[in-house]
Design a protein around this ligand. Structure first.
Ligand code: HEC
Ligand code: HEC
Length: 311
């Protein structure tokens, strides 16, 4: 056979091959692409697909009717109250800037209390405010809402709490007061706190690592140190461990609290991606990572006796 015959046969095979591959490939319609905004329940064994054109930090809005939906600050008349409420929101969403001297890590209040503290099952402020003053096991006394705020500064933000008469505490309280407008005091609202979870087996840190790599690593990083914005200060994906994370006195350091947060909220927009056991495992994996000490304990105590309770 001649050389050119070979070339022609080769080309023909290539054309047929490409055609058959192309005909088996299903190219989804634009509308079918999974988005981070949808509430679909995804079984955790399926690989996670992140669609890049979406805003990865966006958190979906609660459906009205199902949960309390607070009003908009913009609709308030222009008074001292609305100014205080707006300042409270700024502190809550951008604690790094508006309460800088009280923050000792890279987080904002809204890193955990998602969607400006409005999202149900992410410890929304509107469900918390009506329940204070409240007895807390952690401090073994009845605490006011303002004292509760101080604790999140001290432990979750690893900082120095503002005093009770500070502008920061007054503004945050006004913001929570505004979000919980029309909710009678003492009402336990649907969506308070995080998800309820139960364990069926003892969580294994090894499985936790696998779950972490599959579902969390793309955003929070292989080292759990999060990812900073490239064009401005702060974290696009907040750290789950290391010096810029919450300390060992924080509520998130408790494996069960962490798991109930993660199951209800992570990855963003995909609640219930993890089963109860997977959420617990991934939080054991987080629990074992290095982070700032519990400020209530001396470093010597912290070395040998990890904190068991947190805020
Ligand atoms: C690292 C995550 C994290 C950050 C950051 C954080 N919190 Fe919290 N917060 C929690 C957790 C977890 C709980 C629930 C604690 C528990 O169940 O023991 C909580 C509870 C609360 C509560 C009580 C909720 C309730 O339903 O009783 C309030 C109020 C609160 N935080 C306010 C704040 C404020 C204000 C900030 C910023 C100054 C902040 N938090 C920052 C994790 C965080
Ligand atoms: C698509 C990116 C993405 C994925 C995947 C993701 N997260 Fe997050 N996570 C975020 C963002 C963004 C925030 C902060 C939300 C905000 O600031 O509005 C966050 C916040 C958190 C927080 C509270 C803040 C902190 O730093 O402590 C924890 C804990 C957390 N994620 C754990 C997890 C775990 C565990 C997984 C895996 C099951 C996971 N995340 C998967 C983007 C992601």
């Amino acid at each position: 056979m001649q050389k050119s015959t070979f070339i022609w046969m080769g080309l023909a095979a290539l054309v047929v091959g490409t055609w058959s591959v192309a005909s088996t490939l299903e190219i989804p319609e634009e509308d079918d692409l999974p988005t981070l905004q949808s509430f679909e329940i995804r079984h955790s064994t399926e690989p996670v697909e992140l669609t890049l054109p979406n805003d990865l930090t966006a958190v979906p809005v609660a459906k009205p009717g199902e949960y309390h939906v607070p009003g908009r600050i913009e609709d308030l008349p222009d008074t001292h109250y609305s100014g205080l409420v707006a300042y409270g929101r700024d502190i809550f969403v951008n604690t790094q800037t508006y309460a800088k001297r009280h923050v000792g890590n890279g987080l904002n209040c809204s890193s955990c209390h998602l969607q400006e503290g409005r999202k149900p099952h992410a410890a929304p402020l509107w469900a918390a405010y009506p329940l204070y003053p409240m007895y807390r096991e952690k401090t073994r006394q009845v605490v006011t809402f303002q004292e509760r705020l101080q604790d999140c500064f001290r432990f979750s933000l690893n900082g120095i709490s503002p005093t009770l008469d500070s502008q920061e505490i007054k503004a945050l309280t006004a913001y929570a007061h505004f979000l919980s407008k029309d909710i009678p005091m003492g009402t336990i609202m649907p969506g308070r706190g995080f998800n309820r979870i139960d364990k069926s087996t003892d969580p294994s840190p090894l499985n936790g690592r696998v779950t972490y790599e599959r579902h969390c690593m793309q955003c929070h990083g292989a080292d759990m140190l999060g990812r900073k914005f490239t064009n401005r200060d702060g974290y696009m994906f907040p750290p789950l461990a290391g010096p810029d994370s919450f300390n060992k006195g924080a509520g998130m350091y408790k494996v069960k609290t962490c798991a109930s947060f993660v199951q209800a909220n992570m990855p963003p927009g995909k609640p219930n991606t993890l089963s109860d056991d997977e959420a617990l495992e991934v939080c054991v994996h987080m629990h074992l990572a290095d982070r700032p000490w519990d400020p209530r304990k001396s470093w010597f105590q912290s070395l040998f006796k990890p904190a068991t309770e947190g805020g």
